[in-house]
Design a protein around this ligand. Sequence first.
Ligand SMILES: [Zn+2]
Length: 404
Amino acid sequence: MSVDPLLHVDPCADLPSRDLPSRAPGHFEVLAHEGDARAGRLWTAHGPVHTPCFMPVGTYGAVKGLLREDLRSVGSQTILANAYHLTHRPGHERVRELGGLHTMMDYDGPILTDSGGFQVFSLRGLQKIDDDGVDYRTHFDGSKHRMTPESVLQVQANLGSDICMILDHCPPGDATPSQMRAAMDRTTRWAQRAATARHEILTPGQLCFGIVQGGTDSQLRGEHVQAMQGLDFDGFALGGLSVGEPVPRMHATMAEVAPTLPPHKPRYVMGIGTPWDLWKAVSCGVDMFDCVIPSRHARNGQLFTWEGRFNIKGARFRDDGAPLDHRCPCATCQRFSRAYLRHLHDSGDPLYVRLSTLHNIAFFHQFVGAMRRGLVQGNFAEVSKALFGVISDHYLPAETPHKA
Ligand SMILES: [Zn+2]
């Protein structure tokens, strides 16, 4: 199926203008919707974010290989950094002394920070959970630390991020129903503490999002939405997805739960995904998502295009003078050939990381930006159908989603 010409426009064309009248951080407006899908605008202390929005991941305070101007050139509005990693490298207090994440990175757009809970709960055998918090040993040097609902907010206050995430208990995908319920109840208690503590710990203008758990169990998810929706948060995330469950089940959970979250607040699905995941999430009314797939896959030689995913290591690219993606306006595709990219990868040149990451992130922004514009311009159904054609032709079955 050929790609609809609707898709081939500048991914930056509809992005927030600095001239928009300013609103208080946390202000969220739905600009258009069709079915459950919606386009909106979230205000942060570092400007507005037009949703739906894909967030590239800069775990250690850098989207590997890219500068602020690179990210801006392909339409990145906001990025994600990870509090667990930054706590231990270079240290959240050191980041604060260096002026905070924005100053340290020279990045003036909105930044979302994960609480670090997901990483700590992934340290199997290296953590001990109690009702107050969790003791853990880092994967860096084995040193012992403690994380509580309050401490993760303090870390994020020191980092100075625009959107902070609460500490939640994310059980593994193979958890039993009783383990799932216990994790959910603990997350509720921790969320209640965070909803109070945020006003004492976070700085004015820092937003705080709650997280809904419950695995892929409809009953648990429904109960947790009920428990969380009245708490004082600026947005709500669906946690505990893309942790090893079958993709259709993850999609069904998103479709069931996302529309039940408070309609006047942004919705965020953590750690997705593939083009198929993003298409599904937007159609379910999800506003924000992050994933390491475009950047990590780029470094591994996997490049996303409107004609499918290429492995740039393939011998067929050795003499291929064509641009990586004819339709892509990114600097990589405008200036360099597939053969040159293959050569840079082959020779281990750091320029390969920059060019490949730039393109993959550009592709993800084009993909999500097409849906955003379709919603605002009133032709979402047409755009969505064209995008699903691309997914069906090139991006099914989905690969295993990845986490930072
Ligand atoms: Zn490109």
